[in-house]
Design a protein. Structure first.
Lengths: 242, 403, 405
């Protein structure tokens, strides 16, 4: 009898762990599909005023992504390419392609609350973390993501709230090593695109600067279309800048 | 005869006890103070030089000639492992380490800053420069993900033992690569640049991370007592740079020179004044007894015996003073050597020069031997003038003279 | 009593001369040594300040700890109006510091790019005088970049080359531009020379949207000694979101280093004084001990112990005063002369450049207050030295003294 209980307990834990992995894989899939094209509006609030930027992004799998800025006019044409683990930027105003060095990687991307690292390394959710279910409320599962031993991520842990009806998150809390929240991601307005779901309104809030935030609104989202390989070559930077 | 002279000298030296005692005290106190000061000053320089040797470049270091200007991975030393083995086989080399160092970014959830990662062989570093003495907190382990972080870098990232630090840089292929490290210990080398930027990790781990292997190194550091080693190594490896500690850190050479000059001047001035003190006492003491000497001459004692007696008198005073001074000085130096001078109130200022807050004195035999010779010389010289007076004595006149 | 003392001095020439010479030498030595120490510290400070840091700097609170665009001073003109009315502020200028990526055709490097007012910087910092190649900036030099030699080396650029800049503007939006390398400088501080570059504000402000903004305002004072009073005055007059910080805080490490240096200097002096004290005492003692009969006689004819004390005191007073009167003006004059015409150690600036020493001159400090307490100390030393001899002589009973051998 005891043995059976034990067996069930172990099985359920395993199942739960597997379930957590499963959930995260689905969430990750929703975020990128095979490939995804998006047009995004980014609103950055800091120091009392708000700036708006608009961009088009093409992403293939986890290693390739290309971003083109289309608004505001002074930043129009600035392109970013991230290929494997390298990142380049083309600035039409000075007609230069610059390779972004390590030291800039952890700086904030274009002044937002995202880091360059965020923009490049989006694959980590599944590969770099061990998920564990903390609780369930209705269809919302709260999962704690703990970085794996070797994972090169700065966070102590991430706690994410996944709505299992759509496999999207509605809130992510990023903790430092000492267990304090450093930033919060809020997701809302989930929309369906083919077989994928994704929240179309994201907001990042740093805890130590409550008056700052970065909002991302996904305007046009297309999954699994044919994206030409040309977008993921260095020549793309200048070519698609216009 | 000589026994008599010695007895006379001894008794006369201590005839006017308080006077003689004063001189002895003067010699003893000045000597011990001077020795202590010398010990502290030398201690400061020796300490700094020693720390730099142990934490960084040893007595000699080999670099790729382009490396010191542009510290990038590509300016490394090829065949470093072969060079290392050949160096270790030399009789005049006591220890060799190879290091591979790369600049990059260190980050925590809240802060990121510039850092330098150095792949080391911890055991080799221990025999190279007693690396274990640099450990300030935590333990001296590296393992797979462990790192030893410089004390100032730890402060700037606000991390402690057990914290996680991400280091990212470009590997050999130019890809940006990151590695997660756990702080196992905090080290303080007193080498300002190191303490503010270093993350030590295990060399094999660094190789895996960067895609390099043990055949390359950015620095080969050598401990050796041989003064000819640099020349012979430079000849053997004409395509590499072989530099001494003082060439790499010219500032240390200047410090050494300055200290030497300063200590010499102090020594000279103190000995000069001590000489004046002895001179005064001996002069008066002899003049007081001029009748006595006159009588001795009249009675038939030879000038040279009187001279000997007077020399001995001066020597007794000098030697006793020296002995007490050396004793006091020794105690003081030993204390300062073990316990040191605590200047933690000025830690920021000292740290900016790469110095510790506690300064330990250096002890050298030459302190004692130099002072010995100086005092002996001073004692003997001090009686030259009075001796002249005695030489020209006319015994009869002296006996007649008024006191 | 006094005339007796005078007579005694003239009679016992040996002791008098030695004591006189020793006091003379120690006074002179003391004055000059302290003058040298203070002078070199003063000049170290001036030099360090001249290079880049101001005697006082005004920041928005939080900038020095955290930094970033959030902590810029947002109304520079308002602060400058306040500074115009404060006495003792000789000059001021604002600087706009930002970090970005500079790229040449060969290489790129993260660097600090600072928007400055080039003419105002002349006389406030060493930027213009540390020019090595090319030209320094002017108000209208446009996109001319003035960079440190080691930064330029890293970029493998030469004068006239185009250098691109990528970074964030004051509102955090993206900023990029092309600069032209017009000049290079070398201060000797490797960290500075490898990461700092300068451009005129009239051009940079447009790119950065930084008009009327600044990272901080740096001040030069007419009299460095007034720094604390002026700093307090500024603090009361500027906005509470701003702070005014003196060099003592900004260059905290240097202040402590100077203190350490002073301590060691004084320790050495103490050693000298101990030795000199002993010697003066010995001579005093010898002199007194050879006059035991004389004092015995004096006591017999009715002189009290107190009078004897007075006599000996007068003797040392006359001797020290004579020596001090000669040594002090001489020392003061030398200090004064060399404070105006510092003496030059060739090559010193090359050697100590990393400590911010940019000139070969070593001035002495001329300060009457310092000289006064130096002199008082010497007097004290001399008076102390005569205590033991006095005690010795007074321990004899008169008759016994007259029989002394």
């Amino acid at each position: 009898m005891k043995k059976l209980l034990l067996f069930i307990l172990v099985l359920s834990t395993l199942l739960r762990a597997d379930e957590a992995q499963d959930i995260m894989k689905k969430v990750d899939n929703n975020m990128r599909g095979q490939n995804v094209y998006m047009q995004i509006t980014m609103r950055i609030t800091s120091m009392g005023h708000t700036r708006t930027m608009k961009m088009k992004t093409w992403a293939q799998g986890t290693k390739k992504s290309f971003v083109k800025t289309i608004y505001p006019p002074k930043d129009k044409g600035i392109t970013f390419l991230s290929l494997d683990n390298q990142m380049w930027q083309y600035v039409p105003k000075i007609e230069r392609t610059i390779k972004i060095p390590t030291s800039m990687m952890l700086q904030n991307w274009m002044g937002s609350d995202f880091t360059n690292d965020d923009m490049v390394k989006q694959s980590s959710i599944v590969d770099d973390y061990d998920p564990r279910i903390l609780k369930r409320e209705g269809s919302v599962v709260t999962i704690e993501l703990t970085p794996k031993e070797d994972a090169a991520v700065v966070w102590g842990k991430i706690v994410t709230n996944i709505d299992t009806t759509t496999y999207t998150s509605n809130k992510d809390l990023f903790y430092d090593e000492d267990g304090e929240v450093v930033r919060t991601f809020f997701y809302s307005e989930v929309k369906q695109f083919g077989k994928y779901y994704t929240p179309t309104h994201w907001k990042v809030q740093p805890v130590d600067k409550p008056n700052n935030s970065t909002e991302i609104i996904l305007e046009d989202v297309k999954y699994d279309t044919k994206i030409s390989e040309q977008y993921f070559r260095k020549s793309a930077l200048k070519r698609f800048s216009r | 005869m000589f026994k008599l002279i010695i007895k006379l000298a001894w008794n006369n030296a201590f005839l006017r006890l308080s006077r003689t005692l004063l001189v002895i005290i003067m010699i003893a106190v000045s000597m011990s103070m001077m020795l202590s000061i010398q010990g502290i000053y030398d201690g400061m320089t020796v300490n700094m030089i020693d720390k730099t040797k142990r934490s960084d470049c040893g007595e000699l270091s080999i670099y790729n000639p382009k490396y010191r200007i542009d510290k990038v991975m590509n300016n490394d030393i090829k065949d470093a492992d072969v060079i290392k083995v050949s160096l270790q086989e030399r009789a005049d080399v006591t220890a060799v380490v190879t290091r591979f160092s790369v600049e990059g970014l260190s980050a925590t959830a809240r802060k990121s800053t510039f850092a330098n990662i150095i792949g080391i062989d911890l055991d080799a570093e221990k025999s190279f420069g007693q690396f274990e003495q640099f450990l300030k907190e935590g333990e001296l382990k590296l393992g797979k993900r462990g790192t030893l972080i410089g004390s100032e870098l730890a402060k700037s990232l606000k991390v402690h033992v057990g914290s996680k630090v991400i280091f990212s840089t470009q590997d050999r292929q130019g890809d940006i690569n990151a590695i997660a490290l756990k702080v196992k210990g905090i080290v303080q080398t007193s080498n300002i640049t190191l303490d503010a930027s270093v993350l030590y990790i295990d060399r094999s781990r660094l190789n895996a991370f960067l895609g390099v292997d043990n055949t390359v190194a950015t620095q080969i550091a050598i401990r050796s007592a041989s003064p000819t080693l640099q020349a012979s190594l430079q000849k053997q490896y004409p395509n590499l740079e072989v530099k001494t500690l003082l060439e790499l850190y010219p500032m240390l050479q200047q410090m050494k020179d300055m200290m030497k000059i300063f200590n010499s001047i102090t020594f000279f001035i103190v000995m000069l004044v001590v000489f004046i003190g002895i001179l005064g006492v001996m002069y008066v003491s002899i003049l007081d007894r001029i009748r006595e000497f006159g009588i001795m001459r009249a009675v038939g004692m030879e000038y040279r015996h009187i001279r000997l007696q007077i020399f001995l008198e001066a020597l007794f005073v000098g030697v006793v003073g020296y002995a007490i001074g050396a004793f006091l000085g020794f105690i003081s130096l030993v204390y300062l050597h073990q316990v040191g001078l605590n200047l933690s109130d000025f830690s920021d200022g000292l740290a900016s020069f790469g110095m510790d807050t506690v300064i330990y004195a250096h002890i050298e035999l030459s302190y004692f031997s130099n002072t010995f010779f100086a005092i002996i010389t001073a004692s003997l010289l001090s009686v030259v003038l009075p001796l002249q007076k005695i030489k020209r004595l006319n015994p009869i006149e002296v006996i007649k003279a008024e006191t | 009593m006094f005339s007796l003392a005078l007579k005694n001095i003239l009679f016992y020439k040996g002791r008098s001369i030695t004591t006189f010479v020793l006091t003379f030498v120690s006074t002179l030595l003391f004055i000059l040594y302290v003058a040298l120490m203070d002078g070199s510290h003063g000049s170290m400070l001036q030099n360090a300040l001249k290079v880049y840091t101001g005697s006082i700097e005004i920041y928005k609170k939080g900038y020095r700890d955290i930094g970033g665009n959030e902590y810029f001073i947002t109304d520079v003109a308002k602060v400058e109006k306040v500074l115009d009315k404060i006495d003792g502020v000789e000059k001021y200028t604002s600087r706009y510091e930002t970090y970005g990526l500079l790229s040449s055709s060969e290489n790129s490097a993260a660097a600090m790019v600072v928007g400055i007012n080039p003419e105002k910087e002349i006389g406030m910092s060493e930027l213009s005088s540390t020019l090595v190649e090319g030209t320094y900036l002017s108000r209208d030099s446009g996109n001319c970049l003035y960079a440190g030699v080691d930064l330029v080396k890293k970029l493998r650029a030469k004068i006239g080359d185009e250098v691109s800049f990528v970074g964030g503007a004051s509102d955090n939006s993206f900023a990029a531009d092309l600069f032209k390398l017009c000049g290079t400088f070398k201060t000797g501080s490797f960290e500075f020379d490898a990461s700092a570059s300068f451009i005129t504000r009239s051009y940079f402000d447009e790119l950065m949207y930084a008009q009327n903004k600044a990272s901080y305002i740096t001040l030069k004072l007419t009299d460095l000694d007034e720094v604390d009073t002026i700093n307090k005055e500024i603090e009361t007059k500027i906005d509470s979101s701003l702070e005014s910080v003196s060099w003592k805080v900004l260059m905290h490490a240097m202040v402590e280093a100077m203190q350490v240096d002073s301590i060691f200097g004084y320790i050495s002096l103490v050693l000298f004084f101990v030795v000199i004290f002993f010697v003066i005492m010995i001579f005093g003692f010898i002199n007194v001990s050879s006059r035991v009969r004389e004092f015995g006689t004096l006591r017999c004819i009715g002189l009290s112990r107190g009078k004897i004390r007075l006599l000996l005191f007068y003797e040392i007073l006359i001797l020290s005063t004579a020596a001090i009167i000669l040594a002090t003006p001489l020392g003061a004059y030398i200090a004064y002369y060399y404070s105006i015409h510092p003496f030059v150690i060739e090559g010193m600036s090359e050697t100590y450049k990393q400590y911010g020493v940019v000139s070969d001159q070593v001035p002495l400090s001329f300060d009457l207050f310092t000289i006064s307490w130096n002199v008082i100390l010497i007097y004290l030393l001399n008076f102390l030295s005569v205590i033991y001899p006095i005690m010795y002589i007074n321990s004899f009973r008169p008759i016994e003294a007259t029989h002394h051998v």
